[in-house]
Structure formats: structure tokens, C-alpha cells
Design a protein around this ligand. Sequence first.
Ligand SMILES: NC(=O)c1ccc[n+]([C@@H]2O[C@H](COP(=O)([O-])OP(=O)(O)OC[C@H]3O[C@@H](n4cnc5c(N)ncnc54)[C@H](OP(=O)(O)O)[C@@H]3O)[C@@H](O)[C@H]2O)c1
Length: 716
Amino acid sequence: MKQLAQRMKDGRLRVVDVPAPELDDWKVLVRTEASIISPGTERAKVEVARDSLLGKARRRPDQVRQVLEKVRTDGVGPTIGAVRNRLEALMPLGYCAAGRVEEVGGRVRDIRPGQLVACGGEEAAHAEVLAVPGNLCAPIPDGVDVANAAFTTLGAIALHGFRQGEVVLGQRVAVVGLGLVGQLSARIARAAGCEVMGVDLAEWRLEVAVQAGVLDVARSRDEITREDEDGWDTVLVTAAAPGSADPVSLATDLARDRGTIVIVGDVGLELDRRRLYAKELGLRIARSYGPGRYDREYEERGLDYPIGYVRWTEQRNMSEFLRLLAEKRVQVDDLVTHRFDIADADRAFDIVTDAEARALGIVIDYPISNSVDRAEPPAQSTARGVFSPGSRVGFIGAGSFAKRHLIPLAKRHGLVLDRVATASGLSAASAAEQFGFTGGASEVGELLADDALSAVFVATRHDLHGPLTARALRAGKAVFVEKPLCLTERELAEIESELEQPGAPPLMVGFNRRFAPLTVQLREHLSGVQGPTSVIVRVNAGPLASDHWLNDPDVGGGRLAGEGCHFLDLMSDLTGTVPVAVSVQGRPAEDRALNTSENFVATVRFADGSLGTLIYGTLGSTGAGKEVVEAHRGSRSGRIDDFRSARFWGGPGPHRRRLRSPDKGHSEEVRAFAAVARGEAVAPGLKAAIASTRLTLAALRALETGQEERLSVPDR
Ligand SMILES: NC(=O)c1ccc[n+]([C@@H]2O[C@H](COP(=O)([O-])OP(=O)(O)OC[C@H]3O[C@@H](n4cnc5c(N)ncnc54)[C@H](OP(=O)(O)O)[C@@H]3O)[C@@H](O)[C@H]2O)c1
């Protein structure tokens, strides 16, 4: 399908061919019929991308700080790699669209296939097929033209801004900035029975507002002619003038004594306390389309707020705007100044950045004749695929970790990058271009059905690891799956059942620390003596935002499942035996389930009497280093610091080693898998990886119950 995309590095816009996005349980698959370019917001995005690197840095000092923090924690090389990946990526544009529902995820309520819907949010891009969260879709009432319905996101923004002013019947509203959101705000205020006045620098935009019934218009303070010594009850600031204090300053002049200013647009906020104080003005900021915006539970998980408590959510604002269109209380036909076919959508942006073009609403059309090349799902064959060794591989998931480590390493170790599949399709096309995947971007089904691929890397977030691994094994592919192997016992059972099939393909789990050179040396150092081992692993992991996907029990599984598994596996590796019991104490994170605790201590007993302790937490200083591993056996000891330096005691030397840069074993691990894919070696450590997965699942239960959890391995 076609999608408009922009490269962050140089701001270049292109219409690219990408696979359709993947549907998930909370989303709705929509075949787009129209989308709207909102000149204000989208011009700003294009201008940022077209700016030089220095210019970008000046605009986003917050991101510069993040980069500097990353240099401090991860070093210069990885930071440059991460920044480069970000700049090379193709980014979607757009957030206002409408089209027909093709498929509905299992957990979406109240939306049916065949319905016409308006869509909002980042997923409502300029693309032929969209996968949009259910709460960001609103059914289009009969009689509303689909291109008009595509204005709904902007209408919801205007409506939410208007509501923030708490305007009541008979009040007078001024609108500062008559771009698309301003024009819609003025029309909504009119529909609510208000007297409306508008200010804008461009004469032609004032004319559009007058045609729509705005009482008085002005280009500046000096042109305000109307008798208005009482001032305006509410002033909606809808200008797009980042950094400029003028719109708010003008709003302060316009507002009546104890009136309200609502900031809807991106404007500078140099407030003059004296003037605000003199009138005792109220100041409100409107956040996008209304309550629910940026709340993952609402937007991505379909959790609605009860109407009795939150009357106007972003979805209810979208529906209300559609009702205003259906009842013709608000009209938008005259706001359409330009139309383009999706095939020419890149040209539309020349208009956005050209002041002479007089652009307001730019509609992108998606002619039905542009039959979308959404790949037919491969016929569900009941026959199992047969593993056929070779060098051609596919990637499912090409996010930050895959792009920074796995993809470059697969290439370095002689694998041929063939196909890549991701959720959005655009990021797959972007990765295909950046890393030279010969077969390009695919949908997941197509990738797994391709007989030319011997192996698949699964590098998605954790909730998909188990299901995709089982599916890829069934398709006959050797699988490298990032840790954790899966999040539930049921998924583990399914994977094990695939592995029990005759001729089952090989499987490797990304427990890379086993492959780190210093781990190998510590293991060798201990191997000179017999007896039980004591292992202590201390992880000073640093905090994550509480809405980070890793802390989401359904997606990341929490830090014990998602990251703790690494260290439980490392302990097992260093003891060289199997775990038999685990107990875990954790401190619950505020407002979150205990299994997403970020601070916990796990104690593991092993079959030969070895003991392991994992102390994992987020409370330390970064100066104390991230990962420390200590192991002791038969008067020999070893200690690894951040997989960069190590000391060994007892036994033959050398007793110290320092690497030029940290090495957590990623490269060796991918080298090992490359040999597996080519059929030159059996998958190393499969049994151990499954035992570590079982140990992690038991640790999660132990965290919940506070009891020691036994593993189904005979104790001795
Ligand atoms: N071993 C280590 O030391 C280590 C360190 C860090 C991370 N990791 C692991 O690496 C993995 C990825 O983490 P990350 O930070 O790279 O995450 P991320 O940036 O969110 O990337 C996830 C990728 O999965 C794709 N995806 C999501 N749903 C999909 C679907 N239904 N079908 C196909 N692809 C889908 C995403 O597509 P879009 O691009 O369209 O969103 C994205 O490309 C995790 O398992 C993490 O634990 C390992």
C-alpha cells in the first residue's frame, strides 16, 4: 500500500510502498478514503525535519539532554548508533483520516466491519490502510461526506479547546489565529450560539471566517473596530506561532475582566503577570482532543472512562463533532482548499510550506481504484514447514534493539538479510532501506510463508515472543527470539510441543550474557574446581517511565519477566546446574501490579546445592555501574563489572582483564545462531534456556505469593 513518509534526517517527503499494518486485539483495520493535512501542525513537523542537525538540537533541548545522558551510561559508539537510526528512520505523517472498517480486533467494542469511521492519533496517518485503536475511531453518521468526516480529529481539538473555556449561552468568544483549528473553533462557538470575533494576520483567512458567520475580524490589535469595551468572555488562542508571545499578549488585551484565555495552539508563553493580574484572567491549556489523550490504557487498551465522570472523552468529542457535521451546524466544505491523490501526496507539502498557496484544509484522496496491495494471507496450511538450513533470514520486529544490535550483527556474521516485518509496515520499509533487506518489507504471514528463508529473528516486544516463536517453528524456520522466550506457561507449553515434533527447527533465546567473553572466562575459572557455587548478581537498572511498555504486564511483563530473566539465566549458567526452587521479595511500584515491581531480590536454589541471589533495582546512582556479577566455588572467585572488566581470585592467572568496551555477548550469540541457521551447528543452550524461562515464570509466582516456588526438577 502507499503511505506518505518523511525521513527525519533531511525532511524529505516520499510516497512509499509499504506492507499494510498488523491488526491487534485493540485496533480496527480501516481502508482509508480521505485524510486531511492540517497545515499548522504538519508544517511544523516538516520544518523541524528539514532543519540542520544543529537546528534540530536547538529546537529540542530535551532530546539533547537525553542523548548526553545516554553517552554517560552507554558510551559514545552506541549513542551515535541510536541517534543515526533515529535520523535514518522513515516517519509517518498525519493524524486525521476517515475510511471503511475492514476488520475489528477481538477486544474492540461498538465498531463493526463495513462501517465508515473517522480516525485520530498517530496511527491515522496518510496511508491506504490504517490500524487505529478502537477508542480513536468514531462511526460516521449517515449523510456526512467521508472527506468532511476526515476533519474530525481537528474538530475534536477545536471542541475540546472550546470546552476548556467553559463558555455558557450568551457569552462572547474571540479566536486568535484562523488556521484550520481556529476556523473550526469559530464555527463551533457559533454553533453554540456565541457571538464570535476572529483575529488573523492574513486577510484571506479573515474572509473565510466572515463567510462562516464570524461577526467581526481584525488583522491586529489596531484594527479591532467593534465596540467592545467589556472585552471577550473567552479568548481561544489557536495560532501556530511557536516561541512567539504575541498571540497570548493579544488575547490578554481582548479578554474581559476575569475572562478566560484558552491556549489551543503551539504559541510562546511569556506571560505578563501584571496584565493578567490586573484583569484576574483565567488561563487554561487544552490538551489535544480531550480526556483520554496520551493515556495508554484509554488509547491503546480501549478502557473507557464512565460517562458520568468524564462526559467528554476524546472519542466522545470526535462523535460530537460528527454530529455537528451531520446536523449541518458546522460545515467544512469551504475549508477544503486543495485536493491530492495519495500517489501525489508529497507535492501537497510544498503547498503547506508556501504562504502564497493559501492552504487551509488539504484533502488527500484514496481512489478505490488504487487497489491496495495488502497481501492475501497465505493459505493456512496444516502441513508443518520443514527446516531447510541456509543463510537467508527474516526479521519480525525492527525496533531500537534490532536496529542497534541484531540486524547489523546478523549481516556481520554472514547472514543474508532478506525480509523484514513490523507492526506499522512503514518501519519495516524504513529498516529494509536502511539495512538493505533484499526482499524488502513484508507482512508477518508472507515472511513466514517464504521458503527461501531458513531462519527468523523475533525482536518484537515481549507479548509476541511466545506466539511468534511457536508460529515460526511451525513454519519450519530456525528461530532466534529475544529474551524472554514467552510470558506465560501456556505459551511455553505450545513452544515445547512444537519442539517435540519430528524434525523441529532449532531455537535459540537471546540470553546473550552467557556469550559475553568475561562470562566465558569466569566459567572457565570456576571449572577448575568441583562443588556448589554461590552467585550474586546486582543490577542497578535505573528507573523507567511508569508507562514504559516494559512495565505493562500484558506487553512487557514487567522487569522481572523482561529483564530479570537475563540474570536468572546467567546464574544458572555459572552454576552449571538446574534450578530447583526460587523465592522473591519485591517492593510493589505505586499503582501497579506486584509482578511489575522494579525492585526485587530473588534467591534461587540449584540441584547441586548452589545458591544464587539477584538484587535488581532502580534506586542507585548511575555512578555505581549497572551490572555486577560475582561467583564463588571451591576457593575460587570471580567478579565482573559491567561486562567490561573482571577480577579473578584463586587458581591460575591471569587475574585481571579489561576490555576496550563493554561486551555483553550479543555478537558471539548472533555468530552462534548464524551457524545454526546455516545448519553448521546445533542450537546451543536450548534446554538451559527453557529451564531459565521456567525459573522466571516460577519467580513471578513467588513474587506474587511471597512463598518459595519449587520447580518440577527432582531436588537432591
Ligand atoms: N538482549 C538484550 O540485551 C536486550 C536489550 C534491549 C532490548 N532487548 C529486547 O529486544 C526486543 C525489542 O525491544 P525494543 O526496545 O527494540 O522494542 P521496540 O523498539 O518497541 O521494537 C519492537 C518492534 O516490534 C515490532 N512489532 C510490534 N508488534 C508487531 C507485530 N504484531 N508484528 C510484527 N512486528 C511487530 C514493532 O513494529 P513498529 O516498528 O511498527 O512499532 C517494532 O519494530 C525486546 O524483546 C527486548 O527485551 C534485548
